[in-house]
Design a protein around this ligand. Structure first.
Ligand code: MGD
Ligand code: MGD
Ligand code: SF4
Ligand code: MO
Length: 825
């Protein structure tokens, strides 16, 4: 897929929009990146993160060699030794304690081929279903909602429905920041069609509200009541699609009855009757309604019911399987869909086949030629880590996810890993909060090095291609897994030459017991792709069935046939229940957590770009002025957010986007990029009872100003790790790293902790601060410490940064020193 000018087509590393990119290596070792105009999902558009992909393909912090802990010390080793160790230890654990004593915790950032091999090894050959994905934290409630309503985990719509819709409702989705290219499509569609109405349903006025005609700032957690109110309204005003309900659905009367019995919707949602009626009437009167929803819906102890409450309303008016219409769960990670497809979730078998179907189990066992196929579901992510804590699971392999940061109750997760006899972590990065808890770490190839397929939110399969060589001994995840499988004695079943072999096998498997369309996922049309065809594979939506030609922008349910026993869609009776942990006098604020525009998750990639760091340089907490005043918080000051589980720090950002007594923290800063700014230290392990998805959006907390004894800014060429009491966070700058420090320790203690005395040091004191500069042998400034920075404005900090980025030499010292002193005054 190399064109004349050396551009190679691939897919963006980040979100589930799945934008096509073109990349070309530059002499600097970085990549030139541009949007792929031919890709049907983004038509050449990219967002800030996609554009900056080239900045992040640097070797800083990469894990280059397999390493094992011997007497608590890391020792580098070769692949043979590491793979033998992993295989032997897993085999030994299974032999001694049975298959259910081991687990894999995987990720939507694996490629479909990696995911397939992980699932096949664990469910097919080790014989347990204890494999779960971080998609449990992300999509699990939508999967449940789809299966309950449609009989299968089917996303009915495609991106073109955005342009075809007349009303787009964003529920618990900050599309502007989290799926920016879809948001751009929506914005352009609205410009082209002024009649297109956009409604945002979110407790905070998120960035997507910029183009909204209506923002419903409902009480957190009140979505089921809101949509039950809509169902009630449609019935009361006789605007239901009676023939669709009669001909194509089950259980309508039960769902309606539950909606009629719902409590006072206005009271539960906090929205007045008139506003509610206005929204309900718009829904009823508009033919083409697309409801896009994301984590404000899924990440809740009522997540699955929230999903079904939305689907109920679409079914009630037949707004599904029609262009411009449908419920649309947008996926988070680049391959969250791929994981759902191959079945790398503890409660599904493989390729949308289920454990409770003996025919499917038999067909899969025959296809894989195994006697050991797991026969029942395994442990979901939160339960899996509970089983680790209780000692039931004795060996875990974590791939492409950072659970110490991203699972609720970080302290518990960390302790569970430290107590587990064997923790293997495959990652691209050497130092993460999770690799710190490992016994064996395995260097994986990252985006731009690895090769395979991903599926985006609209079921479109695209290729990620290898764009450059990988550093050190890094290997593809599928290769690492296959090698371990072979060493565990399963040579034949895992003897893959190339990722294309795996893809073909997987595509073939989707055809088992599926000749009359029993399942939605069918890739049999790709089961015989040649190596060349796999290499030049063009983005395609599934299903891909032989003899059915190429389908583009395929919608499901146009024929009104669903995947349930009687081919009718199910309504589900649901009712609002309050979030599990109520507010109290001690913890009177709701902590909501989510994403910021230019960072991706635990920052292992986006944290390497100084461009991306500009947008939100430090961990922050959004709070409105009234609530801030009530808690004596000043803008730009530091705050400590606290509850019975722990405490963390963030910079106060005043924002009228927040309602009273609600605060919002981003999820990105972690143990490597900040001392203590992970919202997950505060979050309880409560989950949706059906989907197992955690409640990330509603945690009772309190907040107070954080008074530091010493504040400082430190700039270094290379990142360091240090422990200080209080707060620090790290920001990438052009030629190094900037640390923001606010500590309870004295300056002397800080300087000692930083080891700030290597090389030549110059110190200058001023009544407003103290400056120390370290120089290397060539006289280049490599350390800059400025103290008493509490009152420095962002502009002054930027000037100091610019000075460090210019890398002044010792002999030019007079100029920068006087400049810095001037800045401090
Ligand atoms: N920039 C960036 N983009 C990303 C990611 C990233 O890390 N950075 N990650 C990707 C991933 S994996 C995911 S899953 C997606 C997530 O994408 P989104 O779900 O859009 O993002 P979040 O910020 O988690 O949460 C969305 C909104 O839910 C709202 N919310 C909270 N509680 C409620 C509630 O009770 N009801 C309703 N209706 N809304 C509520 C929050 O206020 C927030 O605005 O983003 C993807 N895209
Ligand atoms: N409080 C709170 N917590 C949340 C959420 C929230 O909204 N609020 N959202 C949840 C959601 S939706 C998600 S998706 C999770 C995300 O949370 P995580 O999955 O923990 O976050 P990442 O930083 O994406 O972790 C990916 C890791 O894999 C590594 N990696 C990248 N590519 C590869 C690869 O190809 N192979 C291997 N082996 N490693 C690789 C990266 O270096 C990184 O260490 O967070 C969840 N946690
Ligand atoms: S919208 Fe998502 S897939 Fe597209 S460029 Fe941005 S991060 Fe990448
Ligand atoms: Mo996610």
């Amino acid at each position: 897929m190399l064109n004349d000018e050396g551009w190679v087509k691939s897919t963006c590393a980040y979100c589930g929009v799945g934008c096509g990119i073109e990349a070309r290596p530059m002499i600097t070792g970085k990549l030139d990146i541009r949007g792929d105009k031919d890709h049907p999902s983004n038509h050449g558009k990219l967002c800030t993160k996609g554009i900056a992909l080239g900045d992040t393909v640097i070797e800083d912090g990469r894990l280059l060699m397999p390493k094992m802990k011997v007497d608590k010390q890391w020792q580098e080793t070769d692949w043979d030794t590491a793979l033998d160790q992993v295989a032997q230890q897993f085999s030994k654990t299974v032999a001694e304690f049975g298959p259910d004593s081991v687990a894999f915790y995987v990720s939507g950032q694996l490629l479909t081929e990696d995911y397939y091999v992980a699932n096949k090894l664990l469910k097919g050959f080790i014989g347990t279903s204890n494999i779960d994905s971080n998609s449990r934290l992300c999509m699990a409630s939508s999967v449940v909602g789809h299966k309950r309503a449609f009989g299968m985990d089917t996303v009915p719509v495609c991106y073109d429905d955005i342009e075809l819709a007349e009303l787009v409702i964003l529920v618990g989705s900050n599309l502007a920041w989290c799926h920016p290219v879809l948001y751009q499509r929506l914005r352009v569609a609205k410009q082209a069609n002024p009649n297109l109405v956009v409604v945002v349903i979110d407790p905070r006025r998120n960035e997507s509200c910029e183009i909204a005609d209506l923002h419903l700032a409902l009480n957190p957690g009140a979505d089921v009541a809101l949509f039950n109110g809509l169902l009630h309204y449609l019935s009361k005003t006789q605007q239901l699609d009676a023939s669709f309900i009669a001909d194509h659905t089950n259980h309508f009367s039960e769902a309606l009855e539950a909606a009629l019995q719902e409590g006072d919707v206005s009271y539960i949602t906090g929205l007045d009757e008139q506003t509610l009626a206005g929204f309900y009437e718009t829904f009823a009167k508009t033919d083409k309604v697309l409801t896009i929803y994301s984590q404000g819906v899924n990440q809740s102890t009522q997540g699955s019911d929230k999903v079904n409450s939305i689907i109920n309303c679409h079914l009630a008016m037949g707004k599904i399987g029609v262009p411009g219409c449908g419920p649309f769960s947008v996926t988070g990670q680049p391959n969250a869909m791929g994981g759902r497809e191959v079945g790398a979730l503890a409660n599904t078998l493989v390729a949308h086949m289920e454990f409770d179907n003996p025919k499917d189990r038999e067909a899969v066992a025959t296809f894989w030629q195994t006697q050991r196929l797991a026969s029942k579901p395994g442990l979901k992510a939160v339960d899996m880590f509970d089983a680790l804590a209780s000692g039931k699971i004795k060996a875990i392999w974590i791939m492409a996810t950072n659970p110490v940061v991203s699972l609720p109750n970080s302290a518990k997760i960390k302790q569970a890993l430290l107590d587990c006899p064997l923790v293997v972590v495959s990652d691209c990065i050497a130092d993460t909060a999770t690799t710190r808890c490992a016994d064996i770490v395995l260097p994986a190839q990252g985006w731009s090095e690895k090769s395979g397929t991903v599926t985006n939110s609209e079921r479109r399969i695209s290729r990620q291609r290898r764009l450059m060589a990988s550093p050190g001994l890094a290997k593809p995840d599928w290769w690492i897994l296959s090698q371990v499988a072979q060493r565990m004695g399963f040579k034949e079943a895992f003897d893959y030459r190339h990722e294309g072999d795996i893809f073909r096998e997987y595509a073939q498997l989707t055809g088992l017991n599926n000749d009359s369309g029993q399942r939605d996922l069918n890739l049999t049309g790709l089961a015989n792709v040649s190596d060349e065809e796999y290499q030049s594979f063009q983005p395609r939506q599934w299903p891909v069935i032989e003899d059915q030609g190429v389908s583009q922008n395929r919608r499901f349910f146009e024929d009104k046939r669903f995947f349930t026993a009687n081919h009718r869609a199910n309504f589900l009776a649901v009712q609002h229940s309050a979030p599990k942990n109520p507010l109290s006098k001690a913890f009177p604020l709701v902590l909501n957590s989510g994403r910021t525009r230019d960072q991706w998750h635990t920052m292992t990639r986006t944290g390497l770009s100084s461009r991306l760091a500009e947008h939100t340089p430090e961990p922050y907490v959004l709070i409105n002025a009234k609530t801030a005043a009530a808690f004596s918080l000043h803008p730009d000051a530091l705050a400590c957010i606290r509850n019975q589980h722990g405490s963390c720090f963030a910079r106060v950002v005043l924002s009228e986007s927040m309602s009273d007594n609600e605060i919002f923290m981003p999820i990105h800063w972690n143990d490597v990029t900040a001392a203590n700014s992970k919202p997950c230290v505060l979050i309880a392990s409560d989950t949706d009872p059906v989907s197992g998805q955690p409640e990330f959006k509603y945690t009772p907390v309190t907040i107070a100003p954080f008074m530091a004894q010493t504040s400082a800014l430190l700039m270094l060429r290379q990142p360091v790790t240090f422990s200080l009491s209080g707060y620090w966070s790290r920001q990438k700058i052009t030629s190094g790293y900037l640390y923001h420090i606010a500590s309870e320790s004295s300056l002397e203690e800080i300087i000692k902790a930083l080891g700030f005395c290597d090389g030549q040091t110059i110190r200058l004191s001023h009544e407003n601060g103290d400056i120390r500069m370290g120089f290397d042998q060539e006289g280049i400034m490599n350390q800059l410490l400025v103290t008493k920075t509490g009152a420095l404005s962002r502009n002054k900090i930027n000037e100091l940064r610019a000075l460090f980025d210019r890398q002044p030499k010792a002999r030019a010292i007079d100029e920068p020193l006087s400049t810095i002193l001037a800045m401090l005054c």
